[in-house]
Design a protein around this ligand. Sequence first.
Ligand SMILES: *Cc1c(COP(=O)(O)O)cnc(C)c1O
Length: 368
Amino acid sequence: MTAGRPPVPAYIQKIAPYVPGKPIETLEREYGITDSIKLASNENPLGPSPKALAAIARDVDKLHRYPDGAGHTLVHALAEHLNVLPEQILPGNGSDDLLGMLARVLLQPGDEVVIPDPSFLMYTIVAQSAGAVTVNVPLKDLAMDLPAMLSCVGPRTRMVFICQPNNPTATVVGRAAFENFLSALPEQVVVVVDEAYFEFVRDTDCACGLHYLDATPSVVTLRTFSKAYGLAGLRVGYGVMPAQLVQWLQRVRMPFNVNSLAQSGAVAALSDTAFLARTLDVVHGGLDFFYRELTRRGIPYFPSQANFFLIDVGRPADTVFEALLHQGVIVRSMRAYGFPTYIRVSVGLPEENQRFLNALDKVLAEGK
Ligand SMILES: *Cc1c(COP(=O)(O)O)cnc(C)c1O
Protein backbone atom coordinates (compact mmCIF):
# COMPACT_ATOMS: atom_id res chain seq x y z
CA MET A 1 0.00 0.00 0.00
CA THR A 2 1.25 3.52 -0.75
CA ALA A 3 1.21 6.64 1.37
CA GLY A 4 -0.57 9.69 -0.04
CA ARG A 5 -4.10 10.90 0.32
CA PRO A 6 -5.36 10.84 2.98
CA PRO A 7 -2.02 10.88 4.79
CA VAL A 8 -1.78 7.91 7.14
CA PRO A 9 0.92 7.76 9.85
CA ALA A 10 3.82 5.43 9.09
CA TYR A 11 3.09 3.43 12.25
CA ILE A 12 -0.37 2.60 10.91
CA GLN A 13 0.93 1.71 7.46
CA LYS A 14 3.27 -0.90 8.91
CA ILE A 15 0.53 -2.84 10.75
CA ALA A 16 0.19 -6.38 9.38
CA PRO A 17 -3.55 -7.21 9.05
CA TYR A 18 -5.07 -9.77 11.46
CA VAL A 19 -5.62 -13.10 9.71
CA PRO A 20 -8.70 -14.92 11.06
CA GLY A 21 -9.40 -18.65 10.73
CA LYS A 22 -11.06 -19.62 7.47
CA PRO A 23 -14.86 -19.60 7.85
CA ILE A 24 -16.65 -22.84 6.90
CA GLU A 25 -18.78 -21.01 4.31
CA THR A 26 -15.68 -19.64 2.58
CA LEU A 27 -14.03 -23.07 2.38
CA GLU A 28 -17.15 -24.72 0.99
CA ARG A 29 -17.64 -21.96 -1.60
CA GLU A 30 -14.01 -22.00 -2.74
CA TYR A 31 -13.54 -25.78 -2.83
CA GLY A 32 -17.06 -26.81 -3.83
CA ILE A 33 -17.35 -29.20 -0.88
CA THR A 34 -19.94 -29.67 1.85
CA ASP A 35 -20.01 -31.07 5.36
CA SER A 36 -16.70 -29.56 6.44
CA ILE A 37 -15.59 -28.97 10.02
CA LYS A 38 -13.74 -26.05 11.58
CA LEU A 39 -11.15 -26.71 14.26
CA ALA A 40 -9.34 -23.44 13.63
CA SER A 41 -10.60 -20.67 15.91
CA ASN A 42 -10.87 -22.31 19.34
CA GLU A 43 -14.65 -21.95 19.31
CA ASN A 44 -16.95 -23.98 21.56
CA PRO A 45 -17.93 -27.16 19.66
CA LEU A 46 -21.15 -27.52 21.68
CA GLY A 47 -22.54 -24.26 20.30
CA PRO A 48 -23.75 -21.37 22.44
CA SER A 49 -24.89 -21.67 26.05
CA PRO A 50 -28.62 -22.62 25.90
CA LYS A 51 -29.41 -20.25 28.75
CA ALA A 52 -27.83 -17.41 26.77
CA LEU A 53 -29.95 -18.27 23.73
CA ALA A 54 -33.14 -18.21 25.82
CA ALA A 55 -32.26 -14.82 27.30
CA ILE A 56 -31.50 -13.39 23.86
CA ALA A 57 -34.83 -14.67 22.50
CA ARG A 58 -36.60 -13.16 25.51
CA ASP A 59 -35.07 -9.73 24.90
CA VAL A 60 -35.15 -9.34 21.11
CA ASP A 61 -38.33 -7.26 21.19
CA LYS A 62 -36.43 -4.50 23.03
CA LEU A 63 -34.02 -3.89 20.16
CA HIS A 64 -35.49 -0.46 19.41
CA ARG A 65 -33.95 0.75 22.70
CA TYR A 66 -30.33 1.70 23.20
CA PRO A 67 -28.44 -0.69 25.47
CA ASP A 68 -27.55 0.20 29.04
CA GLY A 69 -24.20 1.81 28.28
CA ALA A 70 -22.90 1.05 31.77
CA GLY A 71 -23.92 -2.61 31.51
CA HIS A 72 -25.23 -2.45 35.08
CA THR A 73 -26.76 -5.95 35.30
CA LEU A 74 -23.78 -7.62 33.62
CA VAL A 75 -21.22 -5.75 35.73
CA HIS A 76 -22.99 -6.67 38.94
CA ALA A 77 -23.41 -10.31 37.92
CA LEU A 78 -19.69 -10.47 37.10
CA ALA A 79 -18.71 -8.75 40.35
CA GLU A 80 -20.62 -11.34 42.33
CA HIS A 81 -19.30 -14.22 40.24
CA LEU A 82 -15.67 -13.09 40.60
CA ASN A 83 -15.88 -11.66 44.09
CA VAL A 84 -14.53 -8.25 43.07
CA LEU A 85 -16.09 -4.77 43.19
CA PRO A 86 -18.38 -3.65 40.34
CA GLU A 87 -16.11 -0.59 40.00
CA GLN A 88 -13.24 -2.90 39.06
CA ILE A 89 -15.00 -4.38 36.01
CA LEU A 90 -15.37 -3.06 32.50
CA PRO A 91 -17.23 -5.07 29.82
CA GLY A 92 -16.34 -4.69 26.17
CA ASN A 93 -17.30 -5.72 22.65
CA GLY A 94 -15.17 -8.85 23.02
CA SER A 95 -11.94 -8.69 24.97
CA ASP A 96 -10.41 -7.24 21.79
CA ASP A 97 -12.32 -4.05 22.64
CA LEU A 98 -10.58 -3.90 26.03
CA LEU A 99 -7.19 -4.34 24.33
CA GLY A 100 -8.00 -1.34 22.13
CA MET A 101 -9.13 0.81 25.06
CA LEU A 102 -6.03 -0.07 27.09
CA ALA A 103 -3.79 0.94 24.20
CA ARG A 104 -5.64 4.23 23.67
CA VAL A 105 -5.48 5.15 27.36
CA LEU A 106 -1.99 3.97 28.26
CA LEU A 107 0.19 4.27 25.16
CA GLN A 108 1.72 7.19 23.30
CA PRO A 109 3.88 7.07 20.18
CA GLY A 110 7.34 5.86 21.12
CA ASP A 111 6.26 3.98 24.26
CA GLU A 112 7.32 0.36 24.43
CA VAL A 113 5.19 -2.74 24.86
CA VAL A 114 6.73 -6.11 25.72
CA ILE A 115 5.01 -9.02 24.00
CA PRO A 116 5.73 -12.77 24.05
CA ASP A 117 6.42 -14.20 20.59
CA PRO A 118 4.53 -15.99 19.19
CA SER A 119 1.35 -15.00 20.93
CA PHE A 120 -2.03 -13.45 20.14
CA LEU A 121 -1.59 -11.10 17.17
CA MET A 122 -3.96 -8.45 18.51
CA TYR A 123 -1.38 -7.34 21.12
CA THR A 124 0.93 -6.17 18.37
CA ILE A 125 -1.88 -4.61 16.38
CA VAL A 126 -3.29 -2.51 19.23
CA ALA A 127 0.18 -1.40 20.35
CA GLN A 128 1.15 -0.38 16.83
CA SER A 129 -2.19 1.42 16.39
CA ALA A 130 -1.11 3.73 19.21
CA GLY A 131 2.30 4.29 17.63
CA ALA A 132 4.00 2.23 20.34
CA VAL A 133 7.13 0.18 19.74
CA THR A 134 6.62 -3.56 20.17
CA VAL A 135 9.42 -5.55 21.78
CA ASN A 136 8.94 -9.23 20.95
CA VAL A 137 10.42 -11.74 23.35
CA PRO A 138 10.78 -15.30 21.99
CA LEU A 139 9.14 -18.14 23.91
CA LYS A 140 11.42 -20.71 25.54
CA ASP A 141 10.29 -24.31 25.02
CA LEU A 142 6.90 -22.94 23.87
CA ALA A 143 6.38 -21.08 27.18
CA MET A 144 6.57 -17.38 28.04
CA ASP A 145 10.09 -16.53 29.22
CA LEU A 146 9.41 -14.07 32.03
CA PRO A 147 13.08 -13.42 32.95
CA ALA A 148 13.80 -12.58 29.30
CA MET A 149 10.69 -10.38 29.16
CA LEU A 150 11.81 -8.60 32.32
CA SER A 151 15.22 -7.91 30.80
CA CYS A 152 13.43 -6.15 27.90
CA VAL A 153 11.61 -3.74 30.22
CA GLY A 154 13.11 -0.25 30.10
CA PRO A 155 12.22 3.34 31.03
CA ARG A 156 9.80 3.63 28.07
CA THR A 157 7.98 0.36 28.73
CA ARG A 158 4.33 1.00 29.57
CA MET A 159 2.69 -2.38 29.01
CA VAL A 160 3.55 -6.07 29.18
CA PHE A 161 1.31 -8.83 27.85
CA ILE A 162 0.93 -12.24 29.45
CA CYS A 163 -1.32 -14.62 27.51
CA GLN A 164 -2.47 -17.12 30.09
CA PRO A 165 -2.69 -19.77 28.60
CA ASN A 166 -0.68 -18.59 25.60
CA ASN A 167 -2.30 -18.72 22.18
CA PRO A 168 -1.01 -20.62 20.12
CA THR A 169 1.20 -22.76 22.39
CA ALA A 170 -1.34 -23.43 25.21
CA THR A 171 1.25 -23.14 28.00
CA VAL A 172 0.82 -21.23 31.28
CA VAL A 173 3.00 -19.22 33.63
CA GLY A 174 3.29 -20.61 37.17
CA ARG A 175 2.60 -18.59 40.29
CA ALA A 176 6.19 -18.26 41.53
CA ALA A 177 7.48 -17.14 38.11
CA PHE A 178 4.67 -14.61 37.81
CA GLU A 179 5.21 -13.21 41.30
CA ASN A 180 8.96 -12.84 40.79
CA PHE A 181 8.26 -11.04 37.52
CA LEU A 182 5.66 -8.74 39.03
CA SER A 183 7.79 -7.76 42.00
CA ALA A 184 10.71 -6.83 39.73
CA LEU A 185 8.68 -4.60 37.37
CA PRO A 186 8.78 -0.81 37.66
CA GLU A 187 5.56 0.89 38.78
CA GLN A 188 4.74 2.58 35.47
CA VAL A 189 4.23 -0.73 33.66
CA VAL A 190 0.75 -2.22 33.34
CA VAL A 191 0.64 -6.02 33.18
CA VAL A 192 -2.18 -7.26 30.96
CA VAL A 193 -3.03 -10.90 31.71
CA ASP A 194 -5.23 -12.23 28.91
CA GLU A 195 -7.18 -15.16 30.33
CA ALA A 196 -9.34 -15.97 27.28
CA TYR A 197 -8.84 -19.71 27.90
CA PHE A 198 -8.66 -19.62 31.68
CA GLU A 199 -11.65 -21.92 32.25
CA PHE A 200 -9.86 -24.80 30.47
CA VAL A 201 -6.70 -24.76 32.61
CA ARG A 202 -6.02 -27.97 34.54
CA ASP A 203 -2.58 -27.02 35.90
CA THR A 204 -3.19 -26.04 39.54
CA ASP A 205 0.00 -23.91 39.58
CA CYS A 206 -1.34 -21.52 36.91
CA ALA A 207 -1.11 -17.87 38.02
CA CYS A 208 -4.49 -16.13 38.01
CA GLY A 209 -4.48 -12.39 37.26
CA LEU A 210 -7.40 -11.71 39.59
CA HIS A 211 -5.27 -12.59 42.62
CA TYR A 212 -3.09 -9.56 41.85
CA LEU A 213 -5.85 -7.00 41.46
CA ASP A 214 -4.40 -4.88 44.27
CA ALA A 215 -0.76 -5.36 43.29
CA THR A 216 1.77 -2.77 42.20
CA PRO A 217 2.39 -2.49 39.30
CA SER A 218 -1.20 -2.64 38.07
CA VAL A 219 -2.50 -5.94 36.76
CA VAL A 220 -5.39 -6.03 34.27
CA THR A 221 -7.11 -9.38 33.75
CA LEU A 222 -9.04 -9.93 30.51
CA ARG A 223 -11.69 -12.61 30.14
CA THR A 224 -14.20 -13.43 27.43
CA PHE A 225 -17.50 -15.15 26.71
CA SER A 226 -16.17 -16.18 23.28
CA LYS A 227 -14.61 -19.51 24.21
CA ALA A 228 -15.89 -21.50 27.21
CA TYR A 229 -19.37 -19.91 27.02
CA GLY A 230 -19.74 -20.41 23.27
CA LEU A 231 -20.61 -16.80 22.42
CA ALA A 232 -17.82 -15.73 20.03
CA GLY A 233 -20.33 -14.27 17.57
CA LEU A 234 -22.06 -12.19 20.23
CA ARG A 235 -18.88 -10.26 21.18
CA VAL A 236 -18.63 -9.90 24.95
CA GLY A 237 -15.50 -9.81 27.06
CA TYR A 238 -14.45 -7.86 30.12
CA GLY A 239 -11.49 -6.51 32.01
CA VAL A 240 -10.93 -6.62 35.76
CA MET A 241 -8.57 -3.87 36.93
CA PRO A 242 -8.07 -1.19 39.56
CA ALA A 243 -11.15 1.06 39.75
CA GLN A 244 -9.11 4.12 38.79
CA LEU A 245 -8.06 2.49 35.54
CA VAL A 246 -11.69 1.56 34.77
CA GLN A 247 -12.46 5.29 35.08
CA TRP A 248 -9.79 6.16 32.50
CA LEU A 249 -10.97 3.51 30.09
CA GLN A 250 -14.53 4.86 30.44
CA ARG A 251 -13.27 8.11 28.86
CA VAL A 252 -12.43 6.42 25.55
CA ARG A 253 -15.10 3.71 25.53
CA MET A 254 -17.75 3.95 22.80
CA PRO A 255 -20.99 4.69 24.68
CA PHE A 256 -22.88 1.55 23.60
CA ASN A 257 -19.99 -0.83 22.94
CA VAL A 258 -21.74 -3.92 24.34
CA ASN A 259 -25.09 -4.39 22.60
CA SER A 260 -28.22 -5.23 24.53
CA LEU A 261 -28.52 -8.87 23.39
CA ALA A 262 -24.86 -9.41 24.21
CA GLN A 263 -25.52 -8.14 27.74
CA SER A 264 -28.58 -10.39 28.14
CA GLY A 265 -26.76 -13.42 26.75
CA ALA A 266 -23.65 -12.92 28.86
CA VAL A 267 -25.59 -12.55 32.12
CA ALA A 268 -27.47 -15.78 31.40
CA ALA A 269 -24.34 -17.64 30.25
CA LEU A 270 -22.60 -16.79 33.50
CA SER A 271 -25.26 -18.73 35.41
CA ASP A 272 -25.18 -21.68 32.98
CA THR A 273 -22.91 -23.86 35.10
CA ALA A 274 -24.24 -27.05 33.49
CA PHE A 275 -23.15 -25.84 30.06
CA LEU A 276 -19.71 -24.85 31.31
CA ALA A 277 -19.28 -28.27 32.93
CA ARG A 278 -20.28 -30.03 29.69
CA THR A 279 -17.86 -27.83 27.76
CA LEU A 280 -14.96 -28.71 30.02
CA ASP A 281 -15.84 -32.42 29.74
CA VAL A 282 -15.81 -32.26 25.95
CA VAL A 283 -12.56 -30.27 25.78
CA HIS A 284 -10.63 -32.27 28.38
CA GLY A 285 -11.96 -35.58 27.06
CA GLY A 286 -11.04 -34.48 23.53
CA LEU A 287 -7.50 -33.49 24.51
CA ASP A 288 -6.92 -36.79 26.30
CA PHE A 289 -8.28 -38.66 23.28
CA PHE A 290 -5.90 -36.77 20.96
CA TYR A 291 -2.92 -37.39 23.24
CA ARG A 292 -3.60 -41.15 23.23
CA GLU A 293 -4.21 -41.38 19.50
CA LEU A 294 -1.21 -39.26 18.50
CA THR A 295 1.08 -41.10 20.90
CA ARG A 296 -0.07 -44.37 19.34
CA ARG A 297 0.81 -43.01 15.90
CA GLY A 298 4.17 -41.62 17.02
CA ILE A 299 3.16 -38.08 16.00
CA PRO A 300 4.64 -35.41 18.31
CA TYR A 301 2.22 -33.01 20.01
CA PHE A 302 2.39 -30.54 22.88
CA PRO A 303 0.16 -30.90 25.96
CA SER A 304 -2.31 -28.06 26.36
CA GLN A 305 -3.90 -25.97 29.11
CA ALA A 306 -6.46 -24.59 26.65
CA ASN A 307 -9.05 -25.90 24.16
CA PHE A 308 -6.49 -26.16 21.33
CA PHE A 309 -3.05 -27.71 20.95
CA LEU A 310 -0.08 -27.93 18.63
CA ILE A 311 0.93 -30.94 16.55
CA ASP A 312 4.30 -31.29 14.81
CA VAL A 313 3.37 -32.86 11.49
CA GLY A 314 7.02 -33.16 10.50
CA ARG A 315 6.60 -31.55 7.09
CA PRO A 316 5.60 -28.09 5.80
CA ALA A 317 2.54 -27.07 7.81
CA ASP A 318 1.09 -25.02 4.93
CA THR A 319 1.00 -28.11 2.73
CA VAL A 320 -0.71 -30.20 5.41
CA PHE A 321 -3.15 -27.35 6.11
CA GLU A 322 -4.08 -27.19 2.40
CA ALA A 323 -4.43 -30.97 2.09
CA LEU A 324 -6.68 -31.03 5.16
CA LEU A 325 -8.84 -28.30 3.61
CA HIS A 326 -9.45 -30.62 0.66
CA GLN A 327 -10.67 -33.19 3.21
CA GLY A 328 -13.08 -30.57 4.56
CA VAL A 329 -11.10 -29.99 7.77
CA ILE A 330 -10.01 -26.47 8.74
CA VAL A 331 -7.08 -26.07 11.17
CA ARG A 332 -4.34 -23.42 11.40
CA SER A 333 -0.86 -23.59 9.94
CA MET A 334 1.69 -22.22 12.39
CA ARG A 335 4.26 -21.28 9.73
CA ALA A 336 3.58 -17.56 10.11
CA TYR A 337 4.01 -17.99 13.89
CA GLY A 338 7.55 -19.31 13.47
CA PHE A 339 6.70 -23.03 13.61
CA PRO A 340 7.04 -24.20 9.99
CA THR A 341 5.97 -27.81 10.68
CA TYR A 342 3.30 -27.27 13.35
CA ILE A 343 -0.45 -27.04 13.02
CA ARG A 344 -2.84 -25.75 15.70
CA VAL A 345 -6.01 -27.79 16.21
CA SER A 346 -9.02 -26.75 18.31
CA VAL A 347 -10.73 -29.55 20.21
CA GLY A 348 -14.09 -30.40 18.61
CA LEU A 349 -16.90 -32.84 19.31
CA PRO A 350 -15.77 -36.49 19.56
CA GLU A 351 -16.89 -37.19 15.98
CA GLU A 352 -15.07 -34.10 14.71
CA ASN A 353 -11.89 -35.12 16.51
CA GLN A 354 -12.07 -38.58 14.94
CA ARG A 355 -12.73 -37.05 11.53
CA PHE A 356 -9.68 -34.81 11.89
CA LEU A 357 -7.51 -37.82 12.79
CA ASN A 358 -8.80 -39.79 9.79
CA ALA A 359 -8.04 -36.84 7.51
CA LEU A 360 -4.59 -36.38 9.06
CA ASP A 361 -3.80 -40.09 8.60
CA LYS A 362 -4.79 -39.84 4.95
CA VAL A 363 -2.82 -36.64 4.31
CA LEU A 364 0.33 -37.92 6.04
CA ALA A 365 0.13 -41.28 4.22
CA GLU A 366 -0.22 -39.52 0.84
CA GLY A 367 2.71 -37.23 1.57
CA LYS A 368 5.11 -40.16 2.08
C1 LIG B 1 -9.98 -15.81 21.32
C2 LIG B 1 -9.05 -14.94 22.10
C3 LIG B 1 -9.51 -13.78 22.71
C4 LIG B 1 -10.97 -13.46 22.71
O1 LIG B 1 -11.24 -12.36 22.01
P1 LIG B 1 -12.74 -11.81 22.01
O2 LIG B 1 -12.54 -10.46 21.44
O3 LIG B 1 -13.20 -11.77 23.44
O4 LIG B 1 -13.56 -12.73 21.17
C5 LIG B 1 -8.62 -13.00 23.44
N1 LIG B 1 -7.35 -13.37 23.58
C6 LIG B 1 -6.87 -14.48 23.01
C7 LIG B 1 -5.47 -14.88 23.23
C8 LIG B 1 -7.70 -15.29 22.24
O5 LIG B 1 -7.21 -16.38 21.64
